[in-house]
Ligand binder design. Sequence first.
Ligand code: GLN
Length: 195
Amino acid sequence: LPPVGVFALQGDVREHVAVLAQLGADVREVRTPAQLAEVGGLVIPGGESSVMDKLSRLFGLRDPLRDRIATGMPVYGTCAGLIMLADRLHDAIEGQLSLGGLDVAVRRNAFGTQLDSFETDLAVPALGEPPVHAVFIRAPVVDEVGAGVEVLASLDDGRVVAVEQGRLMGTSFHPEVAGETRFHARFLDHVAAAS
Ligand code: GLN
């Protein structure tokens, strides 16, 4: 397996590095185009997507990231990382860009104040049993799903919170803070298949 990266300009980088290392991956923090060139897959963490956008432009990572996504690099985005992977954004801040790749529309901060943060057990058929303990923190939801996108999980009210399209995967929630490793294992399977 090639080394895998965690986008490390902003967000909960350490938690993702820990899960990937626990699964036996050679994990690198990615802050520069040169570091990006060395990895065979990338996790984009949770955090603040508008800041990730600004910093990725400032550090010259935006175009290399878009190139790698366009040429098939496996990427897994959690929360803000899902927002970064979405082709279309709802309720983005003025001027905010995503990287794109996933043919979805994602709404930022989709849960009102009372549900700002919450946890729930979520059935994810692609991952089998047991259900995923999903932690949502000022989380986005997937508003629109394109034809080539597979829905991996939805809330009871039908709102989509986990998707996959080819080797791109995104979740509204944070498996990395709940001891859940199966999404990262699936990401590593994508990396193995791509290399
Ligand atoms: N609300 C954040 C955003 O819009 C995402 C929150 C998170 O990653 N936990 O980017």
